[in-house]
Design a binder for this molecule. Structure first.
Ligand code: NCD
Length: 318
């Protein structure tokens, strides 16, 4: 069964196909409005979510399918002690595809190993978040017109930020990528990510604590939230939570074509005044995430033999 647990589960060619499909959905939505009729997506969310769960659900509705929603662990048999493995075996009897989010790293893989339908990782602890990366990639493609030759600054909680880890893995495959990692010492990109995803591939990178100093050379500034829920101790969180605040005034350090991205939710790290700057792209990212999730649902249902038609997944699906 084909699952997407990590962004590395998708080849570069498949990412291009997903971008092309999302673009096609944007320009001809009616072509796709009925394509998943009779199919069901189950969303299994053991951790809070607004965008990821709702965009998966909106995506399935826009494809003409239906949704079975578990919005919190507290409202499900997880509260009685049921394992993820058992829950997904049960859900496999009801649905055609699963999107899961869980606070523990590796939980989505456990789900994939036990389900008999495709599983998509909607975020597993501080590990990966491949569908946020798909949203990020469509944003980059639409705003920059390319994936190669870009200097990307990632700022904030680079240690626990699963969106950061997945975006690094995605962009590391394109020629001419450079990374600038901007974080407090305590929240640097984990060694395993630097080693496996950056150094092994020979990607140039720098690490700094200085956001203003890094900004002039960036094509993309990817801001992230300092994630209170992943800290072991509240004092440490309180000390680090306002490490970076991107204000409208600070945007003067950025080039006129630099774009600002953020997976959201934002807390303090981007002032509301920045929203009016034409370089702010984070609300576009939200919209693009829905289209990329539509494309991904189509790809996985197609590969599981659950959609009509023959041939491999392409822009023209059926
Ligand atoms: C992110 C997540 O859940 O990892 N949010 C999202 O899915 N858009 C980022 C975050 O929670 O800070």
């Amino acid at each position: 069964m084909r699952n997407v647990i990590d962004i590395l589960d998708l080849s570069t060619e498949e990412i291009d196909d997903l971008v092309a499909t999302a673009e096609d959905i944007i320009s001809s939505p009616s072509k796709y409005a009925d394509i998943c009729r009779g199919k069901k997506l189950a969303t299994l969310f053991y951790e809070p979510s607004t965008r990821t769960r709702m965009s998966f659900e909106a995506a399935m509705y826009e494809l003409g399918g239906n949704v079975l929603s578990m919005a919190s662990a507290a409202s499900s048999s997880a509260a009685k002690g049921e394992s993820v493995a058992d829950t997904v075996k049960v859900i496999s009897c009801y649905a055609d595809i699963i999107a899961i989010r869980h606070p523990k790293e590796g939980a989505a893989l456990v789900a994939a190993n036990n389900a008999s339908i495709p599983v998509i990782n909607g975020g597993d602890g501080g590990h990966c978040h491949p569908t946020q990366t798909l949203a990020d990639l469509l944003t980059i493609h639409r705003e920059k017109g390319k994936f190669s030759g870009l200097t990307i600054g990632l700022c904030g909680d680079l240690k626990f930020g699963r969106t950061v880890h997945s975006l690094i893995n995605a962009m590391a495959r394109y020629e001419g990528t450079r990374f600038v990692f901007i974080s407090p010492e305590e929240l640097k990109v984990p060694d395993y990510v630097i080693r496996e995803s950056v150094e092994k591939k020979g990607i140039p990178y720098t690490e700094t604590t200085d956001l203003d100093g890094a900004m002039p050379e960036l094509d993309i500034l990817y801001m992230t939230r300092i994630q209170r829920e992943r800290f072991f101790n509240e004092e440490e969180y309180l000390r680090l939570k306002d490490s970076y605040i991107l204000t409208a005034d600070r945007m003067k350090y950025a080039g006129e074509n630099m774009i600002v991205m953020h997976p959201l939710p934002r807390v303090n790290e981007i002032s509301v005044a920045v929203d009016d700057d034409p370089r702010a792209c984070y609300f576009k990212q939200v919209l693009y995430g829905k289209y990329m999730r539509e494309a991904l649902i189509l790809m996985l249902l197609k590969e599981a033999g659950k959609l009509e038609g023959t041939g491999r997944f392409r822009t023209v699906l059926l």
